[in-house]
Design a protein around this ligand. Structure first.
Ligand code: NAI
Length: 342
């Protein structure tokens, strides 16, 4: 009796933790840069998804151990490791979603743009391989500076003749996650209910939380708006400084990216009610790329949601106008880099 009780309890624990009772796993996800600070916890969180059948982990080094370790979790997906450029094509074959956290992170005193020289080339090469091997996949770029690496990816895909703007995403979910957390704390709201759209881009003043569009609706004093906006914009730097040279946000980033991956998989699986903020090709403003709330569907971005940008407060409108030159410069820098290399 004791043995059967133990095994029943164990089974329930496993089911609760692993979501084994949830939908059938059938999607293939690749993480490029999977041995890194973000890549490892992100791979673990994706391993917990009930929607994933195959998890492909790629890095230039140290990925074998990460894959061996994660593969022991008794969740549905099969984990495989791929090391170095010669194994990249195999890693990418037939995948539905490719997440890219490959590259170097910031150290104290650095801006995201300081990473451009190294990360631009890494993203170019990885996206080029995606274009050759899984041109239909959703491509989700985490590597900074996202404001430039997404335009680089778009140019590479265009050069390869496989660009689908609906399937290229800059991952800005962490800005939303942070905004939700900080607003809930400040206003004493139930965290699970709070949703703050964050638009613009993913660096400094280009990160624009639209506090007036907070759901459930909340009122803020001018001081609160200024304090929360600045904290959300500098939250990455808060972590970089706290880590004092040991990197930037990795755990909260992995959490945020896993949420974005899971939302994408639900959309691919036919859920008609999936909305996330993401930095995508856009016609909501005069900028060619812009982060906003988007509706996700089977084919990627089903619709951009313009309503968040309507009826902005004076503070938000002014912040929107002042972020545009910086964001445009980052976009142009990315495009120029990719075109020079072509
Ligand atoms: P990390 O240095 O810990 O890991 C990066 C990994 O990329 C390493 O394992 C490295 O071997 C790998 N890598 C380097 N070149 C590669 C290549 N050509 N192909 C495949 N893998 C390669 O860095 P961390 O902390 O994981 O950050 C990764 C990136 O994510 C950075 O650019 C960082 O700025 C960015 N980031 C983005 C955020 C966002 O909100 N979008 C938030 C936090 C970080």
């Amino acid at each position: 009796l004791r043995a059967s009780f133990a095994s029943k309890a164990q089974k329930e624990n496993d089911q609760n933790f692993n979501y084994n009772s949830q939908p059938q796993a059938s999607y293939k996800v690749a993480v490029l840069g999977a041995a890194g600070g973000i890549g490892q916890p992100l791979a673990l969180l994706i391993k917990m998804s009930p929607l994933v059948s195959d998890l492909h982990l790629y890095d230039i080094a140290n990925v074998k151990g990460v894959a061996a370790d994660i593969s022991h979790c008794n969740t549905p997906s099969q984990v495989r490791d791929f090391t170095g450029a010669s194994e990249l094509a195999n890693c990418l074959k037939d995948v539905n979603v490719v997440v890219i956290p490959a590259g170097v992170p910031r150290k104290p005193g650095m801006t995201r743009d300081d990473l451009f020289n190294i990360n631009a080339g890494i993203v170019r090469d990885l996206v080029s391989a995606v274009a050759d091997n899984s041109p239909d996949a959703f491509i989700q770029i985490i590597s900074n500076p996202v404001n430039s690496t997404v335009p680089i990816a778009a140019e590479v895909l265009k050069q390869k003749g496989v660009y689908d703007p609906k399937k290229l995403f800059g991952v800005t979910t962490l800005d939303v996650v942070r905004a939700n957390t900080f607003v809930a704390q400040r206003k004493n709201l139930k965290l699970i209910d709070v949703d703050v759209p964050v638009v613009g881009g993913h660096a400094g003043i280009t990160i624009l939380p639209l506090l007036s569009k907070t759901r459930p609706s909340a009122s803020f004093t001018d001081e609160e708006i200024e304090e929360l906006t600045v904290r959300i914009q500098n939250a990455g730097t808060e972590v970089v400084e706290a880590k004092a040279g040991a990197g930037s946000a990795t755990l909260s980033m992995a959490y945020a990216a896993a949420r974005f991956v899971e939302s994408s998989l639900r959309a691919l699986d036919g859920d008609g009610d999936v909305y996330e903020c993401s930095y995508v090709e856009s016609d909501l403003t005069d900028l060619p790329f812009f982060a906003s709330r988007v509706k996700l569907g089977r084919k990627g971005v089903e619709a951009l949601i313009p309503s968040d940008l309507q009826g902005l407060t004076d503070y938000e409108q002014k912040a929107l106008e002042s972020l545009k030159p910086e964001l445009m410069a980052s976009i142009e820098k990315g495009i120029a880099f990719a075109q020079k290399q072509a």
